[in-house]
Design a protein around this ligand. Sequence first.
Ligand code: AMP
Ligand code: MG
Length: 413
Amino acid sequence: MDCCSTTSNLLTLDQALNKMLSQVETVSQTEQIDLAQAAGRITAQSVTSPLDVPPFANSAMDGYAVRVNEVTESAVLAVAGKAFAGQPFHGEWPVGTCLRIMTGAPVPAGAQAVIMQEQAEVQDNGVRFTHRPKAGQNIRLAGEDIQQGAEVLVAGSRLGAAQLPLLASLGVSQVSVYRRLKVALFSTGDELQPIGQPLQDGQIYDTNRFTVRLMLEQMGCEVIDLGIIRDDETAIRDAFDSANRQADLVISSGGVSVGEADYTKQILDNQGQISFWKLAIKPGKPFAFGRLSQSWFCGLPGNPVSAALTFYQLVQPLIAKLSGYSQWQKPRQQRVKTTSSLKKTPGRLDFQRGILSTNSQGELEVRTTGHQGSHVFSSFSQANCFIVLEQDRAAVAAGEWVTVEPFNSLLES
Ligand code: AMP
Ligand code: MG
């Protein structure tokens, strides 16, 4: 079979993503919450600084505050007072003297430089300086880091460990965020058993609800877990009804491949506008997306590797947009050499699982995690990146250059 006749009716990943993202809008509701509750939330407005940081000019060193032209090689300046962090100097500062000053202490009015104590010789009647200071030396100016009124976070930023402390340092106690996205999920399949139950003949454990729930939680969603739904028309219809009523987005796994698809399709056709797509990606060919009466819907393939991959590549950016996370970035890619040969036939964009590491020459290289079947989840658990093999590419020999996409926080260990 040649590649083009098998793939002509398939959608590329980018086409599917564009179709999805062009249809959905960010949730409109926002809320004002305490900073202590804001971890992982998305800012609904830009945040501007209510103050200058630092709020006052202060010393960058332990040393002496001076007037620059009073410092000469021979001058011995008496110490007229002290300024500590949190204890400013408010006294008289006579001409021809210096002030002891510590790191973080407000620089007294009139001080033009701070000389570090390593450049000072303490004598009985004062201090002699071994270096002539430059004006402004060792003084951190007010507003040097952030000026009052400056934008410190744009709308659509995620509040993580690099953002929350900044807001705390500005004294910002409340922040406007988008409301959490409500996402309902369920797995379909008569063969599925929840963990904690013994497996009966022909049963397997439900993996996908774990994958999806964990990724949703990491993305800050409110998760509505509807469990495992049997392959039964009424049960599936009820699950869709319930999910649609409660959530902004409904995610199911299983039942979108040929055979079962017709069945799920019938139900979904009555409830909304759903497209069943065959994607030109591997793993993860079958994927459904569309609109139910009150919510969006994503149907993930049942195979656990395919479910995780399609969530990561398609649902993750969708949720970012729905949640207002405009600063979300596609995982970055880079070119490295593979040390393993890789099986591949032309036709689909392949996301193989790989291990990216640094070799003894300090160069990055990648190797495969082995068996790449869409049911082989161990290929994921060893991996730290995707090896992204272009649609037209055939088998890859060891030593060839390939594109890798290191996992972001959804898959990182
Ligand atoms: P389906 O898409 O329902 O035809 O499922 C395709 C394959 O994935 C079958 O081998 C199913 O048993 C398996 N599968 C479906 N759902 C799950 C799940 N939640 N956890 C683990 N395997 C699953
Ligand atoms: Mg099934």
